[in-house]
Design a protein. Structure first.
Length: 244
C-alpha cells in the first residue's frame, strides 16, 4: 500500500511538473510572438514613413487636446530655406552627417558633465516625436535606442531632417518650421533670413518657455552662436548629407 501511494504521489508530481513546463512554454511562445509583432510593427511603420509623411504625433495630438487647436503646415525640405536646415543642425546635432544615429562624442561629453547637457541626436528626436511619446522612462528610452538605427537604415539623412523640421515643436501649439515662420514672422519657411532661422533654432530645446519674437539675452546669444555654427558646418562639409 505504501509503495502504491508513493507511486501515485510521484505520478501526481510528474503530471504537475509537466503541466507547469507546458504552461511556461506557452507563455514563452506568447511573449515571443508579441515581441516579434512589436518589432514587425515598428519596422513596417519606419519603412512606411520613409515615403509617407507622418499624419500626427503623440505630442501634436496631446497639444491639440489641451489647446483645442494647433498650427502645423507640412512642407518638403526643398521648400525650406537651407539656412533653416543648417541652423537646426548646428543647434541640435552638429555631427548629424557623421553619425549613424548616436553621437558617441556628445554622449561622452554629457556623461562627463554629469548628465547636465543633452546628447540626443536629431534622429533620436525624430524617433521620439514620431513613433513614441514624451517622457523620461526607461521603456521609452529603450524603444528609442532600438528604433533609431532602423530609421538610419531605411531613411536618408535628408528625409530624417525633413521630418524633424516638420514635427518639431516650435512654440506653444506650433509645430514645424513653416508654421513657426508664418506665426512669428509672417513669411514662409522658404523665405526666412538667417537671423530668423537662428531665432527659431535657438528656442527648440524649450519652445514653450523661450520667445522667438521677444528673445531674452540668452536666446539672442544662442541665436548668434547658431549663426556661426551654421556657417561653420556649411564650410567644413558637415551639411553635405542634406544639401544638394
Amino acid at each position: 500500500m505504501a509503495k502504491k501511494a508513493a507511486r501515485k504521489s510521484s505520478s501526481k508530481k510528474s503530471k504537475a511538473s509537466k503541466a507547469k513546463k507546458q504552461t511556461l512554454s506557452r507563455i514563452r511562445r506568447w511573449v515571443t510572438r508579441v515581441l516579434l509583432g512589436v518589432v514587425v510593427f515598428f519596422v513596417g511603420l519606419v519603412m512606411l514613413y520613409s515615403v509617407v509623411n507622418p499624419p500626427i504625433t503623440h505630442t501634436i495630438w496631446s497639444e491639440w487636446r489641451r489647446l483645442g487647436k494647433v498650427e502645423r503646415d507640412w512642407v518638403p525640405i526643398e521648400e525650406i530655406s537651407p539656412v533653416m536646415a543648417r541652423a537646426v543642425v548646428a543647434a541640435e546635432d552638429a555631427n548629424f552627417c557623421r553619425h549613424w544615429g548616436f553621437d558617441v562624442e556628445a554622449i561622452r561629453d554629457a556623461l562627463e558633465d554629469g548628465g547636465s547637457r543633452g546628447a540626443s541626436t536629431i534622429t533620436q528626436q525624430v524617433v521620439k516625436n514620431v513613433f513614441l511619446w514624451q517622457d523620461r522612462s526607461w521603456v521609452r528610452k529603450a524603444l528609442e535606442t532600438s528604433i533609431t538605427p532602423v530609421v538610419e537604415i531605411f531613411w536618408s539623412k535628408q528625409r530624417i531632417l525633413e521630418v524633424y523640421l516638420n514635427v518639431a515643436e516650435t512654440g506653444t501649439g506650433v509645430f514645424g518650421v513653416e508654421a513657426a515662420a508664418q506665426h512669428n514672422f509672417g513669411v514662409s519657411a522658404a523665405n526666412m533670413t538667417p537671423t530668423q532661422a537662428a531665432r527659431i533654432a535657438a528656442i527648440l530645446p524649450s519652445p514653450r518657455k523661450r520667445s522667438v519674437t521677444d528673445p531674452s539675452v540668452f536666446t539672442r546669444r544662442r541665436a548668434a552662436s547658431i549663426l556661426e555654427g551654421a556657417a561653420t558646418i556649411r564650410a567644413d562639409g558637415r551639411a553635405d548629407c542634406f544639401e544638394d
